[in-house]
Design a protein around this ligand. Structure first.
Ligand code: IVH
Length: 680
């Protein structure tokens, strides 16, 4: 089979498995087989870029960086909908529809109103060729690269009756679980939290690096089909067909014959919507028949054949009993409202978020006030206001602490930040504990058998001051340790004790953690702003802890995805003598301080006897890929510019020092295209 045929075969096969998985929830192959096929395809496409198909699943993993998004004009304008919060107005809408249709019979389709970002996707000959945002309704941004990362969106569809050119529209969103996961990760590295899933989705779709987009599992529900000429008679038919062709159509829609049936749908989903994987803020009611939609037409802004009914935000009012202050891993102090328990959207709420000191001031809230709380897209309810009519003499101002509630150190506030911080990073107990929890988490050193109260016990007994102490633990030190705790939430007493089996599990996990890869170790250090992705990029770039520690600010800011803020944070972290001692202890403990270099399959001997170094960034390769190509074709990588160097490959934003030195020594400098020509 020729490479081109194999590329075709792999593309079809992988797209088919994706379709089965995302549309029908069937795994026809295990993850390993799937990944192997995908890797083979990526390898072949790299060697034969000319055979890469436009619907290749390899684009799902992202990798394209755009400076800015081109503007695209929508073939059909993207309109918005009239809104209402009232059932009376819905009846009026129904009356207008009846009148507009001169009393012909009609039906509605009800759908949920998904709270995300409106997207429009164009397909030519069944292949996804363009994805765009709504923009101002007439023109939007071309974000095709980012849209391709949505795994449930077919890159190619098959079936009869598919018009050669059509558009599908829908709502792009960040599933709630994914939103929570991202915020957990951000909290972990001291990044400000994303406000709600909608903003998070919209920010993600406008990310310039599609590889980052691919890491956030965006999704999309489709709700319109547009083609000229029209191929369906009703909206209902279009939803059924889109679903059959493999588009992700939420199964929550329903055809209703009367406005009463619409009301029943609204009531049913008022609380049921909280069980959906995404935020919704209402329902959309659409006249079903397209000819009737045409007859009703549009106003200047929105169709007369559709309306959005919005649910009022679920709110309740209750008493603010007290405010507690939590200190996170980075020392940020977060106020939490403790409330008289109240029922809200089906759950009992006892606590709500007050975000930060600014927010308390903005709300003007006092202790013992009656406060309004709301549940929006996010899971934790928030305090949204004060019922001033109910304020009594019992209300007293909230004294925002000036000192850390945990260790008593005076709090500081950095320029432009909404949070106060406890600067006692090293010995403030909650900061210390959070640092340990960060260190043992799965994505770091994976010593999770130490979770749930066991860490507290070790801290209490003075055995864990610093994560490096983990590697000094022994059976003798652990066996028999015991402590009773009162569970804050339930008031129950819980005993944590280290029996033989527990100790064995803990020590095995610690032992195994010595093999955790270098990027995990780097992430585990807990350097502010260095999350998983940044740790991977740093590991890729520097290859070892020593190289990273020696890197000056100027080198760090050149690493992909590392900006001035991260670079500064890394430099400051490694400059601290305590941190240096910590790193040395981890080295003594035998943790992985260097990246595994991949074994590269040979491709040719075109670069035999030649040496290479590169500088800057490249359009077709990551640094890792470039290194792989050099090695696979027989070339050798050098670590600095010298007379021995045959070629310096110069990319965008190349480092001036390397280029200058190469010029002085008369080393050949080539661009990316010349390099590609050398190996193809
Ligand atoms: S139909 C002309 N259906 O709501 C009608 N829109 O204000 C086009 N939306 O921009 C929209 N869920 O982003 C439609 N099931 C649904 C929807 C929905 C959410 C959003 C969409 C649109 C806005 C309309």
């Amino acid at each position: 089979m020729s490479p081109q045929e194999r590329i075709h075969e792999l593309t079809d096969k992988i797209n088919y498995y994706n379709y089965q998985y995302y549309q029908n929830s069937i795994s026809e192959v295990d993850d390993y087989t799937f990944d192997t096929l995908l890797e083979e395809l990526i390898g072949l496409e790299r060697q034969y870029p000319e055979f890469r198909r436009p619907d290749t699943p390899s684009l799902r993993v992202g990798g394209t960086v755009s400076k800015e998004f081109p503007t695209v004009y929508h073939r059909f304008p993207m309109l918005s909908l009239g809104n209402t919060y009232s059932e009376v107005e819905l009846v009026e809408f129904d009356n207008r529809v009846r009148k507009g249709l001169n009393d012909q019979p009609y039906t509605y389709v009800c759908e949920l109103k998904f709270d995300g970002v409106a997207l429009s996707m164009t397909y030519e000959n069944g292949v996804l060729v363009q994805g765009a945002t709504r923009g101002d309704g007439v023109r939007g941004d071309d974000i095709t690269h980012n849209i391709r990362t949505i795994r449930t969106l077919p890159l190619r569809i098959h079936g009869d009756k598919i018009p050669p050119l059509f558009e599908v529209r829908g709502e792009g969103f960040l599933p709630l679980a994914e939103f929570e996961r991202i915020n957990k990760e951000r909290e972990d590295i001291g990044e400000p939290l994303l406000a709600n899933p909608r903003n998070a989705a919209s920010g993600t779709f406008k990310q310039q690096d599609s590889a980052i987009v691919a890491k956030r599992r965006l999704d999309c529900y489709l709700y319109s089909f547009l083609s000229e000429p029209e191929i369906f008679q009703t909206h209902e038919e279009s939803l059924v067909a889109m679903n059959q062709w493999g588009f992700n159509v939420s199964p929550t829609w329903r055809t209703c014959r009367t406005i009463q049936e619409v009301m029943a749908y609204i009531q049913e989903w008022e609380t049921n919507r909280y069980s959906l994987p995404l935020a919704t803020d209402g329902i959309v009611i659409k006249v079903n028949r397209y000819d009737q939609q045409r007859e009703l037409g549009f106003t200047a802004k929105s169709p007369r054949w559709a309306i959005a009914y919005k649910y009022k935000a679920q709110a309740a009012s209750t008493t603010l009993n007290s405010v507690s202050y939590q200190v996170g891993r980075t020392g940020a102090v977060t106020p939490v409202a403790h409330l008289k328990p109240v029922l809200l959207a089906g759950t009992v709420v006892k606590r709500a978020s007050l975000h930060n000191a600014n927010e308390i001031q903005r709300l003007g809230v006092m202790l013992n006030d009656t406060v309004f709380i709301e549940k929006g897209g996010e899971i934790i309810p928030k305090v949204t206001g004060v019922d001033l009519a109910k304020r009594t003499a019992a209300s007293v101002p909230i004294d925002y602490p000036t000192h850390c509630p945990a260790c008593g150190t005076p709090l500081v506030r950095k320029e432009g930040e909404a949070h106060f911080y406890c600067p006692n990073e090293k010995s403030c107990p909650p900061q210390r504990q959070a640092r340990l929890e960060h260190f043992i988490q799965r994505r770091a050193m994976n010593i999770e058998s130490l979770g749930e109260g066991k860490i507290e016990l070790l801290i209490d007994k003075g055995l864990l001051e610093n994560p490096a102490d983990l590697y000094d633990l022994t059976t003798e030190k652990l066996l028999g340790l015991e402590k009773a705790y009162t569970d804050e939430e339930s008031g129950k007493i819980r005993v944590v004790s280290f029996r033989e089996k527990t100790v064995e599990n803990i020590l095995t996990a610690i032992e195994r953690s010595r093999q955790q890869p270098f990027p995990n170790v780097l992430f585990a250090l807990g350097i502010r702003y260095v999350g998983n992705t940044t740790a991977e990029k740093l590991a890729d770039y520097f290859g070892s802890m020593d190289e990273l520690m020696a890197a000056p600010y100027e080198t760090l800011v050149n690493v992909p995805e590392v900006g001035p803020r991260i670079a500064q944070s890394i430099v400051a972290w490694f400059a601290d003598p305590d941190n240096q001692r910590f790193v040395e202890r981890l080295r003594q403990a035998g943790l992985q301080f260097a990246a595994d270099r991949k074994i590269v399959e040979p491709e040719s001997s075109k670069l035999d006897g030649k040496t290479f170094l590169y500088t800057g960034t490249f359009a077709h390769f990551s640094r890792e890929e470039l290194e792989e190509r050099i090695q696979a074709n027989g070339g050798k990588l050098l670590s600095g510019v010298s007379k021995k160097l045959s070629y310096l490959i110069v990319g965008e934003n190349a480092g001036p020092s390397k280029v200058d030195k190469a010029r002085k020594l008369g080393v050949n400098m080539i661009g990316e295209q010349e390099f590609i020509a050398m190996i193809s």
